[in-house]
Design a protein around this ligand. Structure first.
Ligand code: GDP
Ligand code: MG
Length: 622
């Protein structure tokens, strides 16, 4: 059999698909059942949400990273042309802050299972993910999940959800599967559906190259160096080949190539349509770019200069919306922080990183994130995966400031950078969609003032209401998500898209402890709520900061005057060194000591230690 024939044979037995859904609708649990059914994981190694491999994912019960895994499925059903199929599944995160992960996974597959939790119905991310899958041209299989809970579900709601999902996907109601990730109900039917409905990968076109593949993800492995997750889009890659990255013009010998099971498993080759990885041994992390095209070619047949012609489309750059500065807790750990951030970026291409300076905190980095959860997860991953603690500033958005008529607007992220005199400030806006059962309409409307909604509009979607409004992006940094959840008893969900800038009536507020400004605690606040917010922050800080041997005044200043004040009383007896920073007890001893030193260093310089937990508390609205 010729090589080419072999590859074509291979391709028809491959199915590449993702599982997409709103957060907590059961993607990772459904993936468990598929892993079991296909005997991919030995029984004794099986654990819930197996593909959530990061410690943080397991602890928080959420998926942060997409996770590819190859499964082999033996079909005993005579209706399918092949008896054995290669199923490449990519599990995806549900939270909107990680939508860049989802969008990249979509480009590596042909099909999507769209799950809807029957007890929750269609939610904002169900819609957002569905539209992304449709835009990527994927075949979508709709499934109602958690049907083991049907006894607790109103049958009318179930029928309605089925109708809505069928209408969304534009399929027959009878085509919507009922599954349970808990009991494994209807897994054989789901697997059959994947094989019969999801097309095998189209024959790729490598042109004169021997192999061409899309880099859809990457990570750093301590033994293998930089590893690129790839989807082959034409030709083959062999373990003995030299790989060439077209975008970064980098040649490297392939050290190892293989598939995810979900751990890395070496193979001899990867062919057209397959999903796998190549480890290149490249040391310079900058050389691997997500969305780049990796190729193999014969120098005799192709000139390097003509290669850009064969580059795949890749991905559009993610747009960071929230900016925060990170400084190492220990000044001598600046280089470690830089390296750690680079490695993290390799695995989280949505992060943007720029060098930064702060008078008190020294050298650091300005980080751009896709949302508040993304920012929190970033600090946590630094701490756990790289054992480095950071001091951070208030998360901010990018404002535009006009200093003089007819002059260009200046982008400003840090309140400290706001010029003394300016004509106007503009802030980024988002168009927000909130979806919830009808009865919560008035509760959702009650958020209008607090979060500065404008251009409001409501629409009926069956049993649910879709509420649309404009909101300043910066409101997302506060506890908007918690408030939406609490006013709707957990039944509302939202998605948003960035819109244009609008005139903002905001001012800069600084916080001072014992008369000294606390670095990173300055922030922009809307003028109408400035005094109230300032008072609240001062009261909160008073409670959150550790007491000292003497009374410490906490003050807020805006437009050159003090707008709020509270005193931290003195203590007579030494308290626990960490006050209310929370969660410290479980940390490793080494890190604990390091942080203690770092905090002491900060304390010497500014009298106050601000942990991310304190920031989070301060950001809450009441
Ligand atoms: P993901 O965020 O979509 O990946 O959701 P997970 O798979 O992490 O599941 C979220 C929660 O729903 C977990 O507590 C699961 O145990 C639970 N869950 C998932 N599938 C089912 C199901 O079919 N039935 C029931 N009763 N619970 C489920
Ligand atoms: Mg998950």
């Amino acid at each position: 059999m010729s090589d080419i024939f072999l590859n074509i044979m291979d391709r028809t037995s491959i199915r590449n698909f993702v599982i997409i859904a709103h957060i907590d609708h059961g993607k990772s649990t459904l993936a468990d059942r598929l892993l079991e059914r296909t005997h991919t994981i030995e029984e004794r190694r099986m654990k819930a949400q197996y593909l959530d491999q990061l410690e943080l994912e397991r602890e928080r019960g959420i998926t942060i990273k997409m996770a590819p895994v190859r499964m082999i499925y033996n079909v005993n059903n005579s209706g399918t042309p092949n008896s054995e199929y290669i199923l490449n599944l990519i599990d995806t995160p549900g939270h909107s802050d990680f939508s860049y992960e989802v969008s990249r996974a979509l480009e590596a597959v042909e099909g999507a299972i769209l799950l809807v939790d029957v007890t929750q119905g269609i939610q904002a991310q169900t819609l957002a993910n569905f539209y992304s899958a449709k835009k990527a041209g994927l075949v979508v299989i709709g499934a109602l999940n958690k049907v083991d809970l049907i006894a607790h579900t109103n049958p009318l709601v179930l029928a309605e959800t089925r109708r809505e999902l069928a209408a969304l996907i534009e399929c027959e109601e009878g085509d919507i599967l009922e599954v349970s990730g808990k009991t494994g109900k209807n897994m054989p039917i789901l697997l059959d559906r994947i094989i019969t409905r999801v097309p095998p990968p189209r024959e790729g076109n490598a042109g004169p190259l021997r192999g061409r593949a899309l880099v859809f993800d990457s990570f750093y492995d301590n033994h293998k160096g930089v590893v690129a997750s790839i989807r082959v889009c034409g030709g083959t890659f062999r373990a003995s080949d030299d790989a060439y990255l077209i975008g970064t013009k980098t040649r490297a010998k392939i050290k190892e190539l293989g598939i995810f099971v979900p751990e890395m498993k070496p193979q001899d080759m990867l062919s057209d349509g397959e999903i796998g990885y190549i480890a290149t041994g490249i040391k310079d992390i900058e050389k691997i770019k997500i969305g780049d095209t990796v190729s193999v070619f014969d120098d005799a047949r192709v000139s390097k200069d003509s290669l850009s012609r064969y580059a795949l489309l890749g991905y559009s750059e993610p747009k960071p919306v929230i900016f925060v500065s990170f400084y190492p807790e220990e000044a001598n750990e600046y280089d470690l922080l830089r390296q750690s951030l680079q490695k993290l970026k390799l695995n989280d291409s949505a992060l943007s990183i720029e060098p930064d300076q702060n008078e008190v905190l020294g050298r650091g980095f300005k980080i751009g994130c896709l949302g508040r959860l993304h920012f929190e997860i970033t600090t946590e991953r630094l701490r756990r995966e790289f054992k480095i603690g950071v001091i951070n500033t208030f998360p901010s958005v990018r404002y535009l400031v006009k200093v003089r008529e007819k002059k260009e607007m200046i982008p400003i992220v840090k309140p400290e950078e706001l010029p003394q005199e300016y004509i106007e400030i503009q802030e980024p806006m988002i168009a927000l969609d909130i979806i919830f059962p009808r009865k919560y309409l008035s509760s959702v409307l009650s958020l209008q003032k607090k979060f500065r909604f404008s251009k409001m509009h409501t629409e009926t979607m069956g049993e649910r209401t879709k509420f649309s409004a404009y909101m300043p992006l910066v409101e997302l940094v506060s506890d908007f998500d918690d408030c939406v959840k609490s006013v709707s008893e957990g039944y509302a969900s939202f998605s948003y898209e960035l819109k244009e800038y609008a005139l903002a009536d905001i001012a800069r507020v600084d916080l001072l402890v014992s008369g000294k400004p606390i670095p990173g605690l300055s922030r922009f606040l809307p003028r109408e709520s400035l005094e109230r917010e300032a008072r609240r922050m001062v009261e909160k800080l008073k409670d959150l900061l550790p007491r000292q041997q003497y009374t410490q005044p906490v003050q807020a200043s805006a437009y050159g005057k003090i707008v709020a004040r509270a005193d931290i009383p003195a203590i007579r007896k030494e308290l626990g060194a960490f006050g209310k920073n929370g969660g410290d007890r479980t940390r490793k001893m080494k890190l604990w000591k390091k942080q203690k030193r770092g905090k002491e260093r900060l304390k010497e310089r500014s009298d106050a230690t601000i942990s991310p937990a304190v920031f989070k508390e301060l950001l809450k609205k009441e």
